[in-house]
Ligand binder design. Sequence first.
Ligand code: BGC
Length: 261
Amino acid sequence: MTTEAAAGDLAIGLDFGGSGIKGAVVDVLTGQLVGDRLRVPTPRPSVPRDVVAVIDGLVQQLVAPWAPSEGDAFPVGVGIPAAIRDGTTLTAANIDSAWIGFPAEREMARVMHRTVAVGNDADVAGLAEMRFGAGRGQAGLVVMLTIGTGMGSALFIDGRLVPNTELGHLELKGRDAEDRVAESARDRFGLNWRDWAAGFDDYLHVLERLFWPDLFIFGGGASKRADNYLPYLTVKTPIAIATFRNNAGIVGGALIAHERR
Ligand code: BGC
């Protein structure tokens, strides 16, 4: 495979979600995907060993079109739906509980024989949007929400990430907010967009009252269908839709990988 980008500017980004694991080779200077974007269903149960095996398989597929002299050197960055410290996953809201305390970065590097960086999936997606997308150049406080199987959050102050915020788990009407406002809640409760948006709007008002953000960015699966719910939102904070839509996690994964080289 050939591209205008130098091999040293390419990295593999992967996004491990509740329903699928997606990945691509990314040009980290532009944020553009190079070649195919691959997606496989998340193994059930989503135990670390099986997920790492799927990720390894995806990486092999992604580098297959490249000469080994190039592809073998691509670092890998993985967004994981968990709070993460020092490469170890510390929580597991929508993934198997075996991820709690799992040394994800070390294990992935051992299996793949590559440089690996891991980060919270929403943090990683937010990094991509702040660098190249909807948050580019935005000063002050930005709250990026990834609306999918879970509700992820990434907080930025003057462009700098405050890692591991878990704002999807704020309490809303006595319950874990994610249970009502993640995209998956729409199916679970059989809600139409207007009803789902009413709960999401309540949640945004809580965030607005607590953080006074300068900008909300909406990413995740629901970013592709923003027209269905934006008209029902009543918060005053400006709202932007993730430029990379549901690919922000892949692009951000490549960014953290490249920084780790
Ligand atoms: C997890 C977060 C994650 C979010 C989106 C939540 O359930 O606790 O770590 O960012 O889902 O996947």
